[in-house]
Design a protein around this ligand. Structure first.
Ligand SMILES: Nc1ncnc2c1ncn2[C@@H]1O[C@H](COP(=O)(O)OP(=O)(O)OP(=O)(O)O)[C@@H](O)[C@H]1O
Ligand SMILES: [Mg+2]
Length: 315
């Protein structure tokens, strides 16, 4: 399973805002993903997680850098085969389904567009199989999205993504809008599907505890850049970046004794604006380890220990 599926090199996506101001939503991100792994991507709201996902999948043209998927370069306005193999699931299952389409038509869209069914019977069978693979049944095929709960709608979105038999899925906060009681079910479903189909996931989320459960590796983003990237185990056991340490220190620990003995790192100082960013480390304004060099020079992400990457002058 060591085979590289995705290779992101120096990827940037800027937006122009106001009068000629540049917002660096994604700023020189480099990483690779192995086939079959789950990479969790975390970071505060607005740090560029969704923009990174959308640029990887080709929904946005990169401002700079490249994305290679299974050896081929991804470009926006995509290569047909890559369009099939990479799919995205979004946060809000309410707005991502067309309310005027029946579930069967929603699921058939990709199958029809890409002429995947051999016959009408094959097409119907594929729809039934898709429904069953996400824990729904044949009777649901003729209903409309409003007849389903949030969790069921997200299952429909997952089935739609699977309809074209992808091998890579970007799940952009797929459970954030769901009831807590439903979240675990959808996560379990995604994990089962991964095992059955050998899927590779880029899983975008806010919640560190959940990301820890499901991810082989975790990437921590701060203002458009990767601050740290490591296996889940290493990241939690030995967080290196001051921002990661602050994020982890904010997670409640169930054991009250341990919780009392621990230091919570409060982030002080203002988050810098991603617009017209000054030089230096983006985290410097809030960092408790800041040195002079941090204001002058942006640290690059480097491999500090085997497989453990960090962008910090102090590490
Ligand atoms: N189409 C756009 N035009 C201009 N600015 C944008 C656009 N999309 C995103 N941005 C800006 O880019 C930055 C990153 O946004 P993005 O949505 O990728 O963050 P995020 O990490 O996904 O946040 P959240 O956790 O809230 O979903 C933000 O400052 C956002 O305002
Ligand atoms: Mg987002």
């Amino acid at each position: 399973m060591a085979e590289t599926l995705l290779e992101v090199s120096g990827l940037s996506r800027y937006f122009t805002v106001g009068k000629r101001k540049t917002l660096k939503a994604v700023d020189e991100v480099s990483m690779t993903m192995r086939r079959g792994e789950t990479l969790g991507l975390v970071g505060e709201s607005g740090c560029g997680k969704s923009t990174l996902g959308r640029t990887i999948i080709g929904l946005y043209e990169p401002t700079a850098g490249t994305v290679r998927f299974d050896g081929a370069t991804v470009t926006a306005g995509r290569h047909r085969e890559l369009a099939l193999r990479m799919q995205m699931i979004f946060q809000d299952p309410y707005t991502s389904l067309n309310p005027r389409m029946k579930v069967s038509d929603i699921l058939a869209e990709g199958i029809d567009n890409h002429r995947l069914a051999r016959s009408t019977a094959d097409r119907s069978q594929r729809i039934v199989d898709l429904l069953e693979s996400v824990g729904l049944s044949q009777e649901h095929a003729n209903r409309y999205p409003h007849e389903f709960s949030g969790g069921q709608r997200q299952r429909i979105c997952i089935a739609r993504a699977l309809s074209v038999r992808p091998d890579f899925i970007i799940a952009d906060e797929p459970i954030s809008s769901l009831d807590v009681s439903i979240q675990a079910q959808v996560v379990n479903l995604l994990q089962d599907l991964q095992r059955e189909m050998g899927l590779t996931y880029l899983f975008i989320a806010h919640d560190m505890s959940m990301v820890r459960c499901i991810s082989d590796r975790i990437g921590v983003m701060y203002l458009g850049s990767l601050a740290e990237l490591a296996s889940s185990e290493d990241l939690f056991a030995k967080p290196l970046h001051p921002y990661t340490r602050a994020l982890l220190s904010a997670i409640p620990i169930p054991d009250p004794k341990e919780e009392r003995g621990r230091r919570r790192i409060m982030l002080k100082g203002a988050v810098r604006s991603p617009i017209d960013m000054p030089p230096g480390c983006k985290f410097a304004s809030r960092c408790e380890c800041r040195k002079d060099i941090c204001l002058a020079d942006a640290p690059r992400l480097r491999e500090v220990e085997p497989g453990h990457f960090c962008a910090c002058h102090d590490v």
